[in-house]
Ligand binder design. Sequence first.
Ligand code: NAD
Length: 482
Amino acid sequence: MLEYDSLLFIGGKLAATASTSVIEIHSAATEELIGRTPEASPADVDAAVGAARRAFDDPKGWSTWEPRARARVLEQFATELEARADEITRRVSQQNGMPITTAAMLESALPATVFRYYADLVRITDVEETRHGLLGGRAQVRRTPLGVVAAIVPWNYPNLVTAFKMAPALAAGCTVVLKPSPETVLDSYVMAEAAQSAGIPDGVINIVPGGASTGSYLVSHPGVDKVTFTGSTAVGRQIAATCGDLLRPVTLELGGKSAAIILDDADLMSNLEGLFQIALLNNGQTCVANGRILVPRSRYEETLDVLCALVSGASVGDPLDPQTQIGPLVSARHRARVEGYIAKGVEEGARLVTGGGRPRELAKGWFVEPTLFADVGPESTIAQEEIFGPVLAVIPYDDVDDAVRIANNTKYGLAGTIWTSDEKRGEELSRRVRSGTVGINYFMLDPVAPFGGIKASGLGRELGPEGLDACLQTQSVYFATT
Ligand code: NAD
């Protein structure tokens, strides 16, 4: 049992809070209470934003350091995170049910890579240039850090999403107030420890765990200069409205309902194994999960056979066991939501090929069997709404135009994949897919490639140089002389 009695990371240290509200964290696999932390109160958020504000406004502080000096500290931060990889991995797996092999890769190794990437990038990014004016003078054009960034993250990839937000913000010279999700708070205390050991100056990173009220208080706080949010579209809309009212810059990474288009020339054995991995990544609790699988009628039954073997053969169980492919869902409430979608699929006439229930041998934990539906109507609920669980919906298509129409027929536009033995054909087809990212024969979030959605999947981009740009603002200075 991990207890952080009354302690929050504000101003560079774990400090006592007067908040009497407590967050209880349960193991997704055993349902046991595994940790307790305070929930940040409005006074704590005031203190955190105040610390971030002072650190940002300090005339000799972080925002004024040479980029290479910040880069050195960020590299050390990556090293400190790597030194704590086992602890981070274990805490994330226990809290949200992510299989430990996935957590090791995506919640420990990749966040450190993202910090190193931005350390390298900020060293070579020009933030100042001089332009000769057309009217006799000259202009110096500077890109300066935006200020205090409020970063609100979900429970499904708590460390990775934090790195997507924190690494470019810190590299740019911003300071950060992070609000982790109440389901996954315990790993954020390891991040705080790493920040201290890395020598991140006091107030540059502050962490205020809490739910919706803590989050909305932070979003509208007068000391915040920019908001970056990852989570559901519904909450994203509320945050966008608040930021619109305040004219406050905002980046929104929201939900998705991505489609995998299997072309008629796909190598089913190798392609479907890859698709299975990304479609059910983190038990389907993934924004880029390809929950809709579009299959040509000419290869429909053979594709279903291979998919059924993969889904029904997946090992379901303890997320801490390296053999486990599918762990439990994050909470009882979330499992009930996913089960509601399974019932809806049956009710609306989809064919349940495998799964659909709870694994009989697992009495404890919020498990759902990996589930495969076939003959899913493109307009049906399970083809349109984000399920966020281990549920796949196979939809037949007539020809490529039909596949593109079905793939684009959603309010979302986050990701998608194309599976083919002809990469050129895949590339051509990707131009017709309306989403922020597309994968051909697999999908990976690479730090160099901008990531984000269109339509109801969000606004703005993270990662790549675009992610750094989103933390900078432009100032131009006119000089009377040339
Ligand atoms: P959520 O929207 O319920 O919560 C996300 C975060 O916002 C949490 O920290 C939560 O405490 C906080 N929050 C809730 N209400 C708030 C409010 N009114 N004001 C401010 N903050 C508030 O989402 P979730 O259930 O934690 O995460 C799942 C969702 O996140 C899915 O829709 C998924 O697709 C999305 N997601 C998107 C991406 C992406 O990059 N596009 C990545 C991961 C998850």
